[in-house]
Design a protein around this ligand. Sequence first.
Ligand SMILES: [Zn+2]
Length: 350
Amino acid sequence: MTDTHRGPVTIGIDVGGTNLRAGTVDAAGRVHARIDTDTPRAAEDLEDLLVDTVAALSAAQPADRPVAAVGLAVAGFVSRERDRVRFAPHLPWRDTAVADLLTPRTGLPVFLEHDANSAAWAELVFGPAGEGENVAVVALGTGVGAALLIDGRMYRGSTGVAPELGHLPVVPDGRVCPCGKRGCLERYCSGTALAATAREMLADRPELLPSVLGEIPVEQIGGVDVARAAADGDRLARAVMADMAHWLGVGLSIVADVFDPDLIVVAGGVSASAALFLDDARRVYAGRVTGAGHRRLARIRRSELGLDAALIGAAEVARRGLRTAAEQQGTGADPADPGPTDARNLDRGR
Ligand SMILES: [Zn+2]
């Protein structure tokens, strides 16, 4: 088996609200050259950075194996055609034809996919094989991304924006969410949420002090600081993690009540700290899901691909998009479906 027989090398870029992770990915899902950086706030800066990143990664490829396409995993609503970003709460794009903007500037076909869908593809194609037909992927990052595979197919809803599990209201009269509601899951289970809960506990829970988080200017506390402190045994940071675990368990029990999956994969940057919260979340989940004790509970595991899941999945979307485009040139099929839709037809990559 050689890579040459497994399709082209593509670039996957996970365009998160905070971090931008890019890499060259082969058809077996292996990441080669990579670039990690911060996500710029302004649209022009972001587009310039994407063009520069593609150029740098392309330059690192051997001349006989050039990059064939680019896939962007976007934390937001992507059009059904997967060429536009409709709305991305943590990114500067609003109804922006990102693929049309970037294709001429990079000289490569550009494919977009929702970041959680990208992570779900990567988990499905390159994760442990044959795990289930009904899979929920919940990606805990700056916000919460989610993807549903139902009977092995990506569920996209009627308008292409579903599912937004991060905006399930789980806490009555809870924190205000940029979506306009209160108490959304992502306000309690995300990197942003870890920082918010830490700030609240520093102010309201004197019994948890002292904490190393108290030494950081309060507005500068980030989710990573909380995760690091919790890993070091800081009591307040551990309490922050326990709070997230509780609400994650509640949220996942709602997901299971609606959708009854075989498997729930917890992905995203925060999943790097899964050892600090996932067992507690499983306990809350098992206690809350309707009919617990009388049904098989979904297995809940952390992403095996970790931080790279969306990057690898985006590269895979680009690779399959290229192949679909090539097939359509011969068949005149609908060009509005550039990517994979049926997991059962996927080469599982091993
Ligand atoms: Zn919300």
